[in-house]
Design a protein around this ligand. Structure first.
Ligand code: AMP
Length: 314
């Protein structure tokens, strides 16, 4: 069992109606591995930080059991920094700034110990960097990919190359519509599947997610929480939970994928309960299990009596 995530490790500035954080530990690869570690030991991170990345954050990652052999420290520059401000409708977010810094010249070289990774998560990054990682892993069992509107618009050809080589694409509903040029999500997913990924997961924020495969569609809700502090990283935590579960299951059949989707949604729902990775850092496996049980109660449809009643009338 081994999972690798390439993406960002960042300083995040987060503003929500419920509070603020500055220079919080963030980044797609951080959230993916922080979520995956509940299911599979020592998730491998591939990312870059600058000379300003504090020892304290290194220790947080290390003590969380994340394998940092692929975390490059570029002493010549600053760490990637991102700022986002959420509206009262937490599905609405304005990007305050994106300072690429050391990410601008990031060209990952995988440590030898990472090339045999079984599950590979290509977090939101330039598709050329995602391809570079794909070129270095040896016959992975399952490859997942995330992207965003910026890459859909600015690097469509490289993105198509990535899509042709992945098993699963997990993207937001608006991105699925943009990538496919199709407003209906069912048709959009079919068009995206034609681009390469056998599985398409469409994330719909507080409305849950849909998973499309060749045979079926499966839906998972987002857990209806009373107190959401900060949605940052929910999509990445979802990906980490999904991928981590699959790696632990060591099998990628229909039931594994469905269970992985529920576990991904459970971890994501925990992530948004505090700012940045604060909740993920404090989380125990029992919290995730409790959330899974709550999902079961939320979604179980009791056996229908309608046929019996109808028969009684005739
Ligand atoms: P999400 O809420 O799922 O969009 O993830 C937010 C996380 O992604 C934050 O921790 C950011 O540091 C990171 N992030 C924001 N913009 C980018 C980008 N353009 N490329 C890679 N990571 C990003």
């Amino acid at each position: 069992m081994s999972i690798l995530a390439v993406g960002t490790v960042a300083f995040d500035r987060i503003e929500t109606p419920f509070g603020k954080r500055d220079r919080a530990l963030g980044g797609s690869a951080m959230y993916i591995t922080m979520a995956a570690r509940f299911f599979t030991p020592h998730p491998r991170i591939v990312a870059v930080v600058g000379a300003d990345f504090p020892e304290e954050y290194m220790s947080v990652l290390e003590s969380s059991g994340i394998d940092l052999s692929g975390l490059e420290v570029d002493g010549k520059g600053k760490t990637f920094a991102w700022g986002g401000k959420y509206h009262y409708d937490l599905n609405q977010r304005d990007t305050l700034y994106t300072d690429l810094n050391v990410l601008a010249s990031f060209s990952p070289v995988l440590p030898d110990s990472f090339v045999n990774s079984r599950v590979v998560c290509l977090g939101n990054l330039h598709p050329a960097v995602q391809l570079r990682v794909l070129d270095q892993v040896e016959s992975p069992g399952f490859v997942l990919c995330d992207t965003m509107n910026y890459w859909i618009e600015s690097t469509p050809d490289a993105l198509r190359e990535v899509l042709a080589r992945v098993d699963c694409l997990a993207i937001n509903d608006s991105e699925a519509r943009e990538l496919s040029g199709e407003p209906n999500l069912v048709r959009a997913a079919r068009l995206i599947r034609d681009m390469g990924p056998n599985i398409v997961i469409v994330k719909k924020g507080e409305h849950g997610a849909l998973m499309f495969t060749e045979e079926e569609v499966f839906a998972v809700p987002a857990y209806p929480l009373e107190d959401i502090q900060d949605p940052t990283g929910a999509g990445d935590a979802f990906m980490g939970g999904f991928a981590g579960y699959l790696d632990a299951a060591n099998s990628f059949g229909s039931d594994d994928l469905k269970n992985a989707l529920v576990f991904g949604s459970a971890v994501a729902s925990c992530c948004v309960e505090s700012f940045g990775p604060e909740r993920l850092l404090a989380l125990a496996m029992t919290d995730i299990e409790n959330r899974i049980n709550a999902f079961r109660t939320l979604t179980t449809i009791p056996a229908s009596q309608i046929q019996v009643r109808y028969s009684a009338l005739h």
